[in-house]
Write a protein that binds this ligand. Structure first.
Ligand code: GRF
Length: 198
């Protein structure tokens, strides 16, 4: 999709799911404003109404949806999130710090159109506490991975990775902060390549 002058309206609509501060969301939004980016963010949805990224989305003129998951069955919460996505017209879903496992039905329905970013060099360290685990193992590098979401946690096909050196004295917090820079470079590029390929 090479036309650098293409209007935003011609870009592929994407929904982003978040739970927290939303720095990856910010990176995805601002990358989408570049003329040669193939996607645009049409919805930011969260299981946490207090997620900071929702405020950013509103300020940037992007529709938001928030529904706490507490008290709802997983399938019920997934369905409400999916209904918001369908209403937005989004054709892809990007998980950006969405701290909730999606049910198998939703994952199957969005197969190939549902992506996640994970703060490790998968297949190393699926799940939580990735930076602490990399440091404790004596790894020379941590990093981040963007992958398609499948039924198995953090195990879908890889779309891209960036390795980040672990420096002497790194703590999980300092490594996480540096890996975030890499995440912000990686995610928009992988998402762009995925939607441009459809
Ligand atoms: C990122 O490290 C992401 O890889 C992980 O959760 C964190 C979200 O950070 N899944 P942010 O909300 O994008 O700042």
């Amino acid at each position: 999709m090479p036309d650098a002058r293409r209007d935003q309206a011609d870009k592929v609509p994407v929904a982003v799911f978040i739970s927290g501060s939303g720095t990856n969301l910010a990176a995805l939004i601002y990358a989408s404003r570049l003329p040669d980016c193939a996607y645009r963010i049409v919805l930011v949805a969260s299981n946490n109404p207090a997620a900071g990224g929702l405020h950013l989305a509103s300020a940037e003129g992007i529709a938001t949806f928030a529904l706490p998951h507490r008290g709802l069955a997983r399938a019920e919460h997934d369905s409400a999130m999916e209904a918001a996505v369908l209403a937005s017209g989004a054709r892809f879903i990007a998980l950006a710090g969405y701290m909730r496992i999606l049910g198998a039905d939703l994952v199957r329905r969005w197969a190939g159109r549902l992506v996640n970013i994970h703060p490790s060099l998968l297949p190393r360290y699926p799940g939580l506490d990735t930076h602490a685990r990399a440091i404790a193992a004596g790894d020379s590098h941590g990093g981040c991975s963007v992958h398609l979401v499948t039924a198995e946690l953090d195990a879908g096909p890889l779309l891209g990775q960036i390795a980040v050196a672990i420096t002497p004295g790194d703590t999980p917090a300092t490594l996480a902060a540096r890996v975030l820079f890499a995440e912000h470079q990686l995610y928009a590029r992988c998402l762009n390549a995925l939607v441009a390929d459809q």
